[in-house]
Design a binder for this molecule. Structure first.
Ligand SMILES: NC(=O)c1ccc[n+]([C@@H]2O[C@H](COP(=O)([O-])OP(=O)(O)OC[C@H]3O[C@@H](n4cnc5c(N)ncnc54)[C@H](OP(=O)(O)O)[C@@H]3O)[C@@H](O)[C@H]2O)c1
Length: 257
């Protein structure tokens, strides 16, 4: 049986993606920092779906621990057919007053770990002529984001990388999907300290379960760019037809508390 490696599986979209894979009878390797939460999820998944589950407590802002994910699956001869780079976080602050450690860690997790894991696993996938990678970007990828400047920029990177990789891998049996959710119910908003921004205040947000179910299907279809939700789709695509400085001003207004 093949395995799906899912990062950021201890909460929100990643946790629900883990359940999606297990429900469809794939073994899963769960990666995040909170081992206790991962173990609890692993027990639940094993009991309910009867698949093999591995738990890897790793801090993906540490390059060494990122490589240990790949080393673990190689050592245990797990057939990694699916890689889901979902771990990520944001930070709500002006660029000049933001905490440097946070910004640096965000770049390490949202960009570096995702790129390194893709680079490591894609070689095996090409050799096996099969594999699917899903990188969790965001609707934030489609325009600049004042008050979360670095976060929006990391997601633009994820979208750009994923589209270029998908193109290069077209004839190699490997697909790459950039999943682009809009604001979603998860721990993200609390971690980023953005629950009062107009972007989300008084809005009914989709659940992580809905986003994961959508993402799973899009990945299996090998869709390149998967924007969850009709309004999110219209806004993300519409951004291309509006001058960039106008869009940036609009996002600033929406981001304010
Ligand atoms: N929720 C939204 O509104 C939204 C919208 C668009 C895109 N997204 C993207 O969706 C993805 C999942 O976010 P979510 O909404 O599900 O948020 P979440 O509930 O906060 O989940 C984030 C996950 O990332 C993991 N993570 C964070 N830092 C990590 C680190 N240093 N090492 C390893 N794992 C780490 C967390 O696990 P530990 O804390 O246990 O390490 C957690 O499992 C992110 O890439 C996010 O940018 C979210």
């Amino acid at each position: 049986m093949t395995t799906a490696v899912i990062t950021g599986a201890s909460s929100g979209i990643g946790l629900e993606l883990a359940k999606q894979f297990a429900k469809h009878k794939h073994n899963v390797t769960l990666v995040a920092r909170r081992e206790d939460v991962l173990n609890k999820l692993a027990d639940e998944i094993k009991e309910k779906y009867k698949v093999q589950v591995h738990v890897l407590a790793k801090d993906l802002s540490d390059a060494k621990q990122v490589d240990e994910v790949y080393e673990f699956t190689t050592l245990h001869n797990l057939q990694v057919k699916y890689l889901v780079n979902n771990a990520g976080f944001g930070d709500y602050a002006f660029f000049n007053t933001a905490n440097w450690e946070k910004l640096s860690g965000m770049i390490d997790v949202n960009i570096k770990a995702l790129t390194r894991l893709s680079w490591l696993y894609v070689k095996d996938m090409i050799k096996n002529e099969r594999g699917k990678i899903m990188n969790v970007a965001s609707t934030a990828a489609f325009q600049p984001g004042p008050l979360m400047a670095v976060y929006f920029a990391t997601k633009s990177y994820v979208l750009s990388l994923s589209e270029a990789m998908a193109n290069e891998l077209e004839d190699k049996g490997v697909t790459v999907t950039a999943l682009c959710p809009g604001p979603t119910q998860s721990e993200f908003l609390k971690v980023a300290d953005m629950h009062n921004s107009k972007m989300i205040k008084d809005r009914k947000l989709p659940s992580s379960k809905d986003v994961a179910a959508y993402g799973y299907k899009a990945m299996m279809k090998g869709k390149n760019v998967a924007i969850q939700g009709t309004m999110n789709y219209i806004m993300a695509q519409g951004a291309r037809f509006v001058p960039r400085n106008t869009i940036t001003k609009l996002v600033r207004v929406m981001q304010e508390k």
